[in-house]
Write a protein that binds this ligand. Structure first.
Ligand SMILES: [Zn+2]
Length: 502
């Protein structure tokens, strides 16, 4: 056999079905949208890891489509149709291929397709036929479905949160695919799901977090006989789909019983630690009152319910309201996505006093706008470059942005929402987090790496939004009970098994 021909295709984002703004094609154009040979030049990320292994093993990579963007609401019908068609038409033209690599997220949804990845893998399977191996890589926050498990040969997820291992996950996926193509192994897999839905606050894979312990236990099982790969999923709980849950996925070399046994044991361990995954929460007012007792800063106010990285619009002013009400005199940094306010401030110009309506203007389901008067103290085109993570060295784009200074409070008003990795967004507008007494961080995890070394205290806030720190108050339409945390005990619970046997 000559060099195996391996196609690479991707639609990568995370979607929110509780809120957020619909994702259209302009979102992908702002982040990453590459076709054909351009994909083969990607140096890093999940595709970079795949390419390195393909080159080492003299396989021939064929770029189809690589589309990734900051999380949002669902993909519009037109956006998904366009991307899916682009991918499939290029795959059709590339046939015959010996294998397919799909770097996906696993928690994407389109307006009219709830399980985007399942739909995509199924369509790819229909084109390549039953005998061509398909390996997909996933975020460990994927909502893994029966369709995904059934139509792929193997699913391999990130091992880290914060997500540092896109490159190595790509490499693991490519190795497993080539081993399968070359007949060295015959992957068979079982996912065991328990109905545990929690936010990411205690979902770190580092240190003493409950999820870190579970991940280490899961990865240790890669040393068991016949095991090719293990993954552990903490499901993105802001989709609204049937049968959502968390747990392990185990791939063995043609030993299905072993895969199911190990997955079942790890799922039981996950269920046993469920209470540890729920966070302790503060109201903004009580967090501020306690924060003001602390000398120095920064004190991190985690407004995770408005997390752009989980698909929220990023336009909440719930914590800003509390800061204004407290009349604080210490420096506070607050990010708010508000294109209308950003445009008005740009028009007013640097140094100008301005009165704007701010917040809850994109996704008005979660609060009322406020009217504030301040001064425009910085203007920016909103471009920055990520340092690390999934989008390492990729340009982020907040669109026209300003710093609006209201007394001691500095509000970074941006046009577009962007995923938080470290503190790139503040740096882009010359704001130094070390100089702030309070920082509003709109994510459930990456604030730890951004401010962990300088934070004096951290408070996780209970505010309205589509990415709340607990899903206790979410009214799901598709997801049926019982599920934790609403159901703390479930009698005779057995994990739901998703299976793929060759
Ligand atoms: Zn994730």
């Amino acid at each position: 056999m000559g060099a195996p021909r391996i196609a690479i295709g991707s639609i990568f984002t995370e979607c929110n079905q509780l809120g957020g703004m619909p994702i259209d094609i302009s979102w992908f154009e702002r982040y990453e949208l590459h076709y054909g040979a351009a994909i083969l030049a990607l140096p890093g990320g999940v595709v970079g890891g795949m390419l390195q292994v393909l080159h080492e093993r003299q396989a021939e990579p064929i770029g189809l489509l690589y589309a990734s963007t900051c999380p949002g609401g669902y993909l519009t019908r037109d956006c998904y149709r366009q991307l899916k068609t682009d991918l499939l038409v290029r795959l059709q033209a590339a046939l015959p291929v010996d294998g397919v690599l799909l770097p996906l997220h696993g928690a994407a949804a389109a307006e009219d397709v709830g399980d985007l990845e399942g739909d995509l893998i199924k369509a790819v399977r229909a084109l390549v036929g039953a005998d061509v191996p398909i390996v997909a890589t996933l975020d460990l926050h994927a909502h893994v479905t029966q369709e995904m498990v059934h139509f792929a040969d193997a699913l391999v997820a990130w091992e880290t949160y914060p997500h540092r291992d896109a490159f190595t996950t790509g490499a693991r996926g490519a190795k497993l695919l080539l081993d399968t193509v070359e007949g060295r192994c015959r992957p068979t897999m079982a996912m065991a799901k328990v109905p545990v839905l929690t936010g990411g606050i205690h979902g770190s894979t580092e240190g003493d977090d409950p999820f870190a312990h579970l991940m280490r236990q899961t990865k240790a099982a890669e040393g068991y006989p016949h095991v090719l790969s293990t993954s552990l999923f903490l499901v993105h709980p802001y989709l609204d789909q049937p049968a959502m849950g968390s747990g392990p996925l185990v791939i063995t070399d043609n030993d299905y019983a072993q895969a199911e046994t190990i997955a079942g044991e790890l799922a039981a361990a996950y269920w046993a630690r469920r209470f540890e995954l729920e966070p302790v929460l503060y109201t903004p007012a009580s967090a501020l009152a306690q924060g003001l007792q602390i000398s120095g800063g920064p004190v991190i106010l985690v407004e995770t319910s408005d997390c752009a990285g989980g698909g929220a619009a990023g336009d909440s002013v719930a914590t800003l309201k509390a800061l204004l009400a407290a009349n604080i005199t210490a420096t506070a940094f607050v990010p708010v996505v508000d294109p209308a306010a950003a445009a008005q401030c740009h028009t007013a110009g640097l140094g100008a006093p301005v009165t704007v309506t701010l917040g809850h203007q994109l996704d008005p389901r979660w609060g009322e706008p406020i009217t504030v008067t301040g001064q425009v103290t910085h203007l920016s085109d909103g471009r920055f470059r990520y340092v690390g993570g999934i989008w390492d060295n990729i340009e982020g784009n907040m669109g026209p942005s300003v710093v609006l200074t209201i007394g001691a409070i500095q509000v970074l008003v941006t046009t577009h929402s962007t995923y938080d990795w470290m503190d790139e967004q503040w740096r882009a507008v010359q704001m130094d987090p070390a100089s702030a007494t309070f920082i509003v961080a709109k994510n459930p995890m990456n604030y730890r790496q951004a401010y962990g070394n300088i934070a004096k205290a951290i408070f996780v806030l209970d505010t309205p939004g589509p990415t709340p720190p607990t899903i206790r108050h979410v009214q799901y339409k598709q997801l049926q009970r019982p599920y934790f945390p609403l159901d703390e005990q479930i009698e005779n619970l057995t994990p739901t098994i998703l299976k793929r046997r060759r």
